[in-house]
Design a protein around this ligand. Structure first.
Ligand SMILES: NC(=O)C1=CN([C@@H]2O[C@H](COP(=O)(O)OP(=O)(O)OC[C@H]3O[C@@H](n4cnc5c(N)ncnc54)[C@H](OP(=O)(O)O)[C@@H]3O)[C@@H](O)[C@H]2O)C=CC1
Ligand SMILES: CC(=O)N[C@@H](CCC(=O)OP(=O)(O)O)C(=O)O
Length: 346
């Protein structure tokens, strides 16, 4: 059995980790932390976990956490993660960090979009945890920077097109919509029911969202040259799910049927990417609660643009599910172990 800790378990991605890990046959969750709910039973904080987790949430004391677990999932806000991850690594533990703290190759990029990086030494060795790109490196990693939710949906949607040089990368526009759990469980006025329930708005407009450099980093590596994209996120009145609609100019003529074939071949053998037949478009409802990324394709012959639509559950493939997938790769477990659950029926 692998002993794991979930640090930040009282947040949305943390409790999603608890939900998934309960069904994982090779894992025992031996330490569960929270800041404000420390001392309270897990089942009281999360009644869905009643009779499944007997533990009490603990304070985050890094040395004690490391004594109890071999692998630590840090589901903390950015900055809070890099305050504790160095201790875990020093004590010989492996880490999957769900925050943005270990996703960037260049600390200067992190500094520009977030703040000065406090732990550039470990950032150097961190592996960007998108299994469809970096499976082999993840297997040997001590520290995995689990991707952001929007980046997961956009990168998976574009990878085959970039790989086959079928688009002009300077023309990429990604228009993404997220459910409210993407903003975390902390109380914020803008996320109250009355503020979000009956509306649908863009935010972070004008090239300022922090996921832009993350998407650009990975797309540039795939394309072999620097890429800048236009990205606009939207907040949708639903609790979970991300739908990204991505546009780019095609470099030649290609039919939808050819694109579907190309994508199906590219993702052949991937346990969690489902390429939809021509004429089908994905829905967040069809991936809800699952680790799937569904991808649908269309071509606008009038403008010469391809339209890729991808759907994920932000808390699963966009966070906790991908983190479990990374753990499976790191420890040589079957990659889909604990993640076989089908989407919830709408
Ligand atoms: N929500 C999503 O869809 C996604 C989130 N992420 C990233 O994953 C991380 C977690 O996100 P999410 O679960 O949504 O966040 P939440 O705000 O829902 O949860 C954060 C957790 O961290 C704990 N925490 C906060 N500050 C501290 C601190 N200083 N010391 C110790 N514990 C602390 C909180 O404890 P308490 O409850 O006591 O405050 C809580 O358990 C973030 O970095 C986020 O950006 C990544 C992909 C998708
Ligand atoms: C709806 C919503 O607010 N979404 C969040 C996504 C943040 C997130 O989870 O991303 P990191 O892991 O990179 O912090 C946002 O736009 O900031």
């Amino acid at each position: 059995m692998l002993n794991v800790a979930v640090v930040g378990a009282s947040g949305y991605t943390g409790v999603e980790l608890l939900r998934l890990l309960y069904c994982h046959p090779e894992v025992a969750v031996t330490c569960i932390t929270s800041e404000q709910s420390a001392g309270r039973p897990v089942a009281v904080v999360f009644p869905t976990l009643r009779n499944r987790y007997a533990q009490v949430l603990e304070n985050l004391e890094p040395v004690r956490v490391a004594q109890k677990a071999d692998l630590i999932f840090t589901a903390l806000p950015h900055k809070a993660a890099m305050e504790v991850v160095p201790t875990f690594l020093e004590l010989g533990k492996r880490v999957v960090d769900l925050s943005a703290d270990y996703r960037f190759n260049d600390p200067a990029v992190y500094e520009k979009w977030y703040e000065p990086h406090m732990n550039p030494e470990n950032l150097k060795e961190a592996v960007y945890g998108l299994p469809e790109i970096r499976r082999e490196k993840i297997g040997d990693a001590r520290l995995v920077g689990n991707p952001g939710c929007y980046p997961t949906s956009v990168i998976l949607g574009l990878m085959p097109l970039l790989n086959k040089r079928l688009i002009d990368p300077s023309t990429v526009i990604a228009d993404s919509k997220s459910g409210v759990s993407g903003a975390g469980r902390g109380a914020k006025v803008e996320n109250l029911y009355c503020e979000v329930n009956d509306g649908f708005k863009a935010y972070g407009v004008g090239g300022v969202h922090r996921h832009i450099p993350e998407i650009e980093q990975e797309l540039s590596l795939l394309a072999g040259k620097p890429i800048t994209i236009t990205f606009t996120p939207h907040l949708v009145p639903m609790d979970r799910g991300i739908l990204s609609t991505v546009y780019a100019r095609l470099t030649g003529t290609v039919s939808v049927a050819e694109l579907v074939k190309l994508y199906a071949e590219f993702y052949d053998g991937e346990p969690f990417v489902r390429v939809l037949p021509a004429g089908n478009v994905p829905s967040t409802a069809h991936v809800r609660g699952s680790n799937f990324c569904d991808i649908g394709l269309a071509v606008d012959g009038r403008t010469g643009r391809v339209i890729v639509v991808s759907a994920i559950d932000n808390l699963v493939k966009g966070a906790a599910g991908q983190a479990v997938q990374n753990m499976n790769i790191m420890y040589g477990f079957p990659e889909a172990m604990g993640l076989e659950g089908l989407p919830l029926f709408p």
